[in-house]
Design a protein around this ligand. Structure first.
Ligand code: NI
Length: 138
């Protein structure tokens, strides 16, 4: 484990109360852990804004009975194979599929792929979980 450093943070009471409520609601064991996560979250935001190498997951829910849709999703994934690490397909029920696409690469390409997948007719829901390669967030 890396060496730990301590530093003091001054906050007014009202803001500290809000922070403590935030921590309790999210089940953090202490302020330091919550504070570390907030810093990491901001660093990840910066990675995505600055066009670094990032990682994440695209999640799609779509109608299994629409074959044209399946073809479009597969075609797009072939066009973007540079950023797609793997794809997992889950048959949710008789009608619905869940697909999780693990991605890594330039933020603008991942966002473009997400937007194209989400806009295919028959895709009921799509999200992009913006995460990190983990290299620069400790
Ligand atoms: Ni399926």
């Amino acid at each position: 484990m890396a060496e730990l450093f301590r530093f003091g943070v001054s906050l007014d009471k009202a803001l500290l109360d809000k922070f403590d409520r935030y921590i309790r609601e999210r089940n953090y064991s202490n302020r330091s852990e919550a504070f570390r996560d907030l810093i990491r979250q901001e660093l990840i935001k910066k990675e995505w804004n600055e066009g670094d190498d990032v990682a994440g997951a695209i999640t799609l829910i779509y109608d299994h009975h629409r074959r044209d849709l399946l073809n479009k999703i597969t075609d797009l994934q072939h066009d973007f194979q540079k950023v797609i690490i793997s794809t997992q397909h889950i048959h949710l029920d008789h009608d619905n599929c869940l697909e999780i696409v693990a991605v890594r690469g330039k933020p603008e390409e991942i966002i473009r792929l997400t937007d194209m997948l989400k806009s295919i007719k028959g895709v009921k829901h799509g999200t992009l979980s913006m995460s990190s390669t983990g290299k620069d967030i400790e």
